[in-house]
Design a protein around this ligand. Sequence first.
Ligand SMILES: [Zn+2]
Length: 76
Amino acid sequence: MTHDVPDEAGQSDPLVDVAAEVLRAHVPERGGWCVHCRLAWGRWVWFPCEPVRWAQAVLDQFGGSGTGPEPGEQQR
Ligand SMILES: [Zn+2]
């Protein structure tokens, strides 16, 4: 049972990967709408949309290693 997860310091969590992907896909466009929600699902929702809020909550709890600039938290 091998997953395609890089094992960096044993801090790889698929949930964190998914959350990071969501944050990468769901970005605000000029009017303030979420790009991905509109293009993928045809839904006009304000950013941050629900997936983004979920992803941020996940990264808040479990993430923090190499996924975006996290002020105040640096581990080497
Ligand atoms: Zn969205």
